[in-house]
Design a protein around this ligand. Structure first.
Ligand SMILES: [Zn+2]
Length: 321
């Protein structure tokens, strides 16, 4: 399909997405008084959108971690799978797909909001690719939640780099060591110059830091710094999550803001430990000064206490007993 046809198709898709969205809003029952956690929301509340970014690469938002996609006449690639309901909408609406199978599905890491749609994509895809640690972390997390039976795991695993020509695009998945979890991958669409960072950026939100799942804040800081230095200046980035104002895609400056937050978190907790404060007191900070864009809306629960605990545990684990 030529570029013009793709654009026409894309705008038709955008119109369909708006229709779908209004239809879904129309069907949504009145909101419950207390906000439900994202994972517990019904599919009826998931507004979905396909957004083209550059050169046949785009993103899909529904419920859970942002999905990235490459959709050309020669290749179909999907990055992350959200939950079964939105995965089905993503698969059904994927531009250019027709009857074709998806060539490659990636899991950027094991968290349920990035892998629970695997059972939907698996039968329609050639392979699911992830870092070597992802299936075991996914299994362990599922065992704890008693959801083992729901899991579908990546079948192609890599240690450092996975790279392949996908039509006229080159797709690279790379593991830079532990950060948000112990199995994070960054997926780069090299010619489109679009980079899916998984959950290495929560765009202006307190992040999840999965220390039991192998997270490492110090290395996370290094990865973002290295990424900001080495990826092309005009790269478009896709983030697993973002607040309503800043969104789930952006540019280099966002990586540096995330780096600054994580570095400030570590520095703050280090200072508190040096002042002799116990963990239970350190975790009580309402907001980290200097990052007002990260502050949750009034009444919304905050991940900052969990961030402070993760930083505390990481800092103390490094010190000799
Ligand atoms: Zn995650």
């Amino acid at each position: 399909m030529n570029r013009r046809a793709f654009l026409v198709r894309s705008s038709a898709l955008a119109a369909a997405s708006v229709l779908l969205r209004s239809k879904m809003f129309a069907q949504t029952p009145p909101p419950a008084p207390a906000p439900a956690p994202a994972a517990a929301q019904s599919s009826a509340s998931a507004a979905t959108e396909f957004r083209p970014l550059r050169r046949n690469v785009g993103l899909f938002t529904g419920r859970g971690g942002t999905i990235g996609w490459l959709a050309s006449r020669e290749a179909l690639v999907v990055v992350d799978t959200q939950f079964p309901d939105t995965a089905a909408l993503c698969l059904a609406g994927l531009p250019e797909r027709g009857p074709r199978r998806v060539d490659v599905v990636f899991n950027t890491h094991h968290h349920a909001d990035h892998t629970s749609g695997n059972p939907v994509f698996k039968p329609a895809s050639q392979t699911i690719v992830a870092h070597r640690n992802v299936p075991k972390l996914q299994l362990r997390a599922a065992e704890q939640k008693d959801t083992t039976w729901q899991q579908v795991f990546a079948d192609t695993l890599f240690d450092d780099v996975w790279r392949r020509d996908c039509g006229d695009e080159i797709v690279t998945a790379r593991h830079y060591g532990p950060a948000h979890t112990g199995g994070d991958a960054i997926i780069a669409f090299e010619r489109a110059n679009v980079i899916h960072l998984g959950d290495l950026v929560f765009n202006r939100m307190y992040p999840v830091i999965d220390r039991p799942g192998g997270a490492n804040i110090r290395n996370w800081v290094k990865i973002l710094e290295q990424g900001a230095r080495e990826f092309p200046a005009d790269a478009i980035y896709v983030y697993g999550h973002g607040n309503a104002r800043f969104g789930v895609s952006g540019a280099r400056a966002d990586l540096l803001v995330m780096r600054d937050y994580l570095a400030a978190l570590l520095a703050h907790v280090e200072k508190e430990i040096a002042a002799g404060k116990p963990r239970a007191e350190i975790r009580q900070l309402a907001n980290l000064p200097g990052f007002p864009d990260f502050f949750p809306a009034p009444g919304q629960s905050s991940r900052l206490p969990a961030n402070l605990e993760a930083a505390y545990d990481e800092l103390l684990a490094k010190k000799p007993a």
